[in-house]
Design a protein. Structure first.
Length: 353
């Protein structure tokens, strides 16, 4: 949607919180297609570089500032792939627009993304992730603790809810809602797989898993192929890891499973097997415990099932809309293609985790 002159004036007022009356050029920046956030690419015309502005509801200030302090800590510990969060002229990292939103300014990172990385790119991405995890473990605001993984507990709760209220094909699609209609077709397909391969048994296994004790500290939780940028270098190098705003305290295994699970592979091959060399690259920097290793395929498989549940609920039941419907449908298609293998993986892991 085109911005109005009033919108540009409001954005320039926000920019003054960082750069005063310096001349800036503003243009929309295409995001990942899911959040729908109104990202703005700011070019400082004095040659001081490019910046990305992103808005958040004012009520989320505490979480946004928590994330900013984490990012600053990671950079101080040598993780240059973490984008620089810029401080305002008044101090602090956010500017309030007086219209119910706060804005951050983060240094623009150039690079390309891929969901089919080369072996070198995959290794570079996992090595970078391992360094970020090592640095995060030293952040005094969220010191490392050992206990049941938050992700496992959360997924157990969601599996219990899905057992109580299973998927029901054909319900609640509003006429004219093309995204919901597209998801309803995928729901029919997923429901057939669920019946034929005993999804209920897999859900009982997720709900009944006794969470293993693992190290937990701040992790990214939404590090996927679209958030890892590669420089055009040889050997491959990660130029940036973007969008930290899903970060929370959890096991690092969640990040590994999320990232390698977002890369292309044969649907029948678990991600830790498909990307074994990349996981080995991670372990050269930060060795994994046996519990963490076991959790990677479990988190990927349970995430496939419960990720589908999220999309069906968000779009069909709650009526949410997303900026790029085609990207949503593509994401759901990939999850449906992996559903049968995910059920089989959970059955195999039932006595191993």
């Amino acid at each position: 949607m085109a911005r109005s002159e009033a919108d540009d004036d409001a954005l320039r007022a926000i920019c003054r919180g960082w750069w005063g009356d310096a001349a800036v050029r503003l243009r929309p920046l295409v995001g990942d297609g899911f959040s729908g956030a109104a990202l703005v690419h700011v070019t400082l015309e004095d040659g001081a570089g490019d910046v990305v502005l992103k808005p958040f509801p004012t009520a989320s200030r505490a979480k946004v500032e928590w994330v900013h302090h984490l990012m600053r800590h990671l950079r101080e510990r040598g993780c240059d792939e973490v984008p620089e969060v810029l401080e305002t002229t008044r101090g602090g990292f956010v500017a309030d627009d007086g219209r119910g939103r706060i804005w951050e300014a983060v240094r623009f990172v150039a690079g390309t993304t891929t969901d089919a990385p080369s072996s070198g790119q995959a290794a570079a991405a996992l090595e970078t992730l391992a360094r970020i995890h090592l640095a995060a473990a030293t952040w005094p605001t969220a010191p490392t603790r050992v206990g049941p993984a938050a992700a496992v507990i959360r997924r157990g709760d969601q599996a219990s809810r899905l057992l109580a209220v299973p998927w029901r094909p054909g319900f609640g699609v509003r006429p004219g809602d093309s995204l919901a209609e597209g998801l309803a077709v995928r729901l029919e397909r997923a429901s057939v797989i669920a019946r034929e391969h005993d999804l209920a048994a897999a859900l009982r296994g997720i709900a009944g898993l006794h969470p293993p004790a693992v190290a937990q500290h701040a992790v990214l939780r939404d590090v996927w192929s679209g958030h890892v940028l590669f420089a055009d270098d040889r050997p491959p190098r990660v130029s940036g890891v973007i969008d930290f705003h899903a970060a929370a305290v959890d096991t690092p295994a969640t990040d590994i499973a999320r990232l390698i699970g977002s890369w292309c592979r044969d649907a029948d091959i678990p991600p830790d097997a498909a990307w074994a060399e990349a996981v080995a690259a991670y372990e050269r920097v930060r060795p994994l415990s046996n519990a963490e290793k076991s959790l990677i395929p479990w988190l990927d498989a349970s995430g496939t099932i419960l990720g589908l549940d999220n999309w069906f609920r968000w779009v069909i039941v709650e009526g949410r809309q997303f900026a790029d419907a085609g990207q949503v449908l593509g994401r759901v298609d990939r999850l449906v293609s992996r559903l049968q293998a995910a059920i089989a993986t959970l059955d195999r892991l039932a006595t191993a985790v």
